[in-house]
Design a protein around this ligand. Structure first.
Ligand SMILES: NC(=O)c1ccc[n+]([C@@H]2O[C@H](COP(=O)([O-])OP(=O)(O)OC[C@H]3O[C@@H](n4cnc5c(N)ncnc54)[C@H](OP(=O)(O)O)[C@@H]3O)[C@@H](O)[C@H]2O)c1
Length: 251
């Protein structure tokens, strides 16, 4: 008997956390569809190691029509969509008083509207297709938030607003689609060593490590386990939750 191979959409799979999630879920047998504005050698390498199981498109998450086409193209390529991980985000750091409209718009349109549109397209597909997941679920959604949504951090007010918005979105949607067999959760990582956090000063890095009970900054590998779990039958009774993965909490 051939093993069921779920199709998982991950936005922003070219590097950082998205790439790490893609790699882990390919190892567990998923087919992966992902998009980003640019490609990367690492993603090409991953695709070459898993022939026929990676679909990648170049597009901007702020372009709703392109996101809609991407989900349709994924269904054309793989026949269905089983899980959706809304991961792509941008972070423009700076105090609110001097922040440009363009930076505010970019964060709202990519982190919040882009994620919402992607999830809407996936939910439509979950509702339209026959249920074939091992736990008879129609599909699952994970939105990638950040600890700053709940904890706050100077210079990240607008970014935090997008992440807090996503968490509220996930909680409400979980109630809306639960009876249709769709689970919706959020994962809130602490600071990770990726391009997104490259602007973190050495002093800030040291302060976070000092205040983290597990005594180090997180790595992408620390977060993928949570995503793997939330998109697995093991999480069949988990919905509407935010799972914080931050080494115990840097205050
Ligand atoms: N790094 C951290 O410390 C940290 C902490 C907490 C939460 N997070 C969250 O974790 C997630 C992943 O972050 P990361 O650190 O892996 O970031 P990253 O290294 O900057 O990667 C972001 C990914 O999203 C894509 N992306 C960004 N803007 C896009 C757009 N407009 N359209 C399409 N794709 C776009 C990027 O590709 P292109 O640039 O080529 O488009 C890239 O693939 C984000 O939701 C972030 O908020 C990160």
């Amino acid at each position: 008997m051939t093993r069921f191979s779920p199709t998982t959409i991950i936005s922003g799979g070219s590097r950082g956390l998205g790439l790490a999630i893609a790699s882990r879920l390919l190892e567990r047998g998923d087919r992966i569809a992902t998009f980003s504005r640019s490609g990367s050698a690492a993603l090409l390498d991953l695709a070459s190691r898993h022939p026929g199981r990676v679909h990648h498109e170049h597009l901007d998450a702020a372009d709703s029509a392109a996101v809609r086409r991407f989900v349709a193209n994924t269904v054309e390529a793989f026949g269905r969509v089983d899980h959706c991980v809304a991961n792509a985000a941008v972070a423009a750091e700076g105090v609110l008083a001097t922040m440009a409209d363009a930076d505010i718009d970019a964060m709202l349109s990519v982190n919040l509207r882009g994620a919402i549109v992607l999830v809407r397209e996936c939910v439509r597909q979950f509702l339209a297709q026959p249920r074939t997941l091992p736990d008879a679920a129609a599909g699952s959604v994970v939105v990638v938030s950040s600890v700053v949504a709940a904890r706050g951090s100077p210079g990240l007010a607008v970014y935090a607003a997008t992440k807090a918005g996503l968490e509220g979105f996930a909680r409400c949607l979980a109630r809306e689609v639960g009876t249709r067999g769709i689970r919706v959760n959020a994962v809130a990582p602490g600071f990770l060593s990726t391009e997104l956090s490259a602007t973190l000063s050495d002093a800030d890095r040291e302060r976070i490590v000092r205040r983290t009970p597990l005594g180090r900054l997180g790595a992408t590998g620390d977060i993928v386990g949570a995503i793997d779990f939330l998109t697995s039958p093991g999480a069949a009774f988990v919905t509407g939750q935010t799972l914080t993965v931050d080494g115990g909490g840097a205050a």
